[in-house]
Design a protein around this ligand. Sequence first.
Ligand code: HEM
Length: 378
Amino acid sequence: MITETKKDIIKATIPVLEEHGTTITSVFYGRMFEAHPELLNIFNQTNQKIGDQPKALAMTVLAAAKHIDDLDAIVPHVVGIAHKHRALEILPEHYPIVGKYLLEGIKEVLGDQATPEIIDAWGEYYNQIAQVFIDVEKDMYKEAAWNGFKPFMVKKKEVMTPEIVRFTVDAEDVDKTFTAGQYITVKVHPSGYPYDALRHYSICSNSTEDGITFAVKREMAGGEKGVVSNYLHDGIEEGDVLHLSAPAGDFKVEEDHDKLFFIAGGVGATPVMAMAEDAIEKGKDVKFVYSAINKDFQPFKDQFASLEENGADITVKYSEPDGYLNRSDFGELDGREVYICGSMRFMDTMIEELAALDIDDSRIHFEPFGPKMSLQTV
Ligand code: HEM
C-alpha cells in the first residue's frame, strides 16, 4: 500500500498538475508516440488532433488521485473506460508504457520542484490505478463474446441519408449476444493511411438474425474528412470483410426501469433504437423523441416505424424548419427514466431542458459520442 507520506505528496501536487494538464498531455503523447509508434495503430488520431482523448486519459489519472485514500471508489467510473480499452485490445503490458511517459509529463511541469520523492510517489500511485484498470479489464476479456478482431462479411450496406450508412455484418460460429446500448469496434486500414484505425459504432438494432447492425455517419472534423467513416462509406461494399472486436460498453436500460423516455439526435439514435426495441420486447412502456435535420436527413425510418407499430410513442422533430428539440416536445414524463444519446452539445441542451422540468439528475442516463472523461466529475 502507498504510504501516508506519499499520499500527501500526491495530494499537494494535484492542483499545479491540473493547471498545467495541457503540458502534461502534449509531453506525454509526443514522447510516447515517438518511442512507440506502434501505438499509433490503437489511438484515434482524429481525437488526438482535437486533443480530447489525450486530455481524457491524463486528466483521469489526476482526477482519480483525489480518491487516493479509497481507490475502490473509482471502480464504477473505471468500468466505462475499461470497456473501451477491452474493445481496443489494450493489454496489461501497455500500462507501464503510458505510465513512463505520463511521469515524464509530470516531471516537465514540476521542473526544478520534481524531487525524486515526488516522482516516486506518482509512479507508485500510477501503478496502483493501472492495476485497478487491469483487474477490471481482465474480467471483461474473460466475458467477451469473442477474442481479438474477427472477420465479418458485409451482408447489407444501406444508405439511410446523405450522411449515414447502415451496415449489417455477419460471421459463422459467432456468439452475437449483446446488451442493447453496446457498441462494436471496427479495425480498418484505409489505403494511403499509415496506421490501422479503430472506431466504435453502436449496435443499432436488437435483432441479430441477419447479423450485427451498426450505422456510420460520414465525419468532417474541422473541415477534414474523417479517415474511417469516409473509408467505410466509399470503400466498403456488400461482400467485403470488416474486422470487429466483441460488443462492449455499459450504456443500457436498468432492469427495474419500466417506464422509459428516450431522447436522441442524429446518429445518436443508434444505441437508443436497440435499447427501445429491447424494451418493447420486454413489455416496457416506451416514449421516444427524436431530432433530425429534415426529412431527407432522417435516418432509420424503417426502425422507427416498426417501433411505433409495436407500441412505442414516437415523436420526430425536424430542426429545419421546426427548431431544436426542447421541453415542450417532451410531453408528460410522469416517473419515466430518461435515456439520452447525441453529441455533447445536444446532450447538454437536453439535460438543461429536463432540469427546467425538475427532472432529477438520478433519472437521467446518457451516452455522449467522443471521449467521456468519465472520472473528471467523480
Ligand atoms: C481511452 C483513461 C491507460 C489507450 C481512454 C479514456 C480515458 C482513459 C478516460 C476515454 C474514454 C472514453 O472515451 O470514454 C486511461 C487511464 C489509464 C489508461 C486513466 C491508466 C491508468 C491506457 C493505456 C492505453 C490506453 C495503457 C494503451 C497504450 C487508450 C485508447 C483510448 C483510451 C486507445 C481511446 C482513444 C481513442 O480511440 O481516441 N483512456 N487510460 N489507455 N485509452 Fe486509456
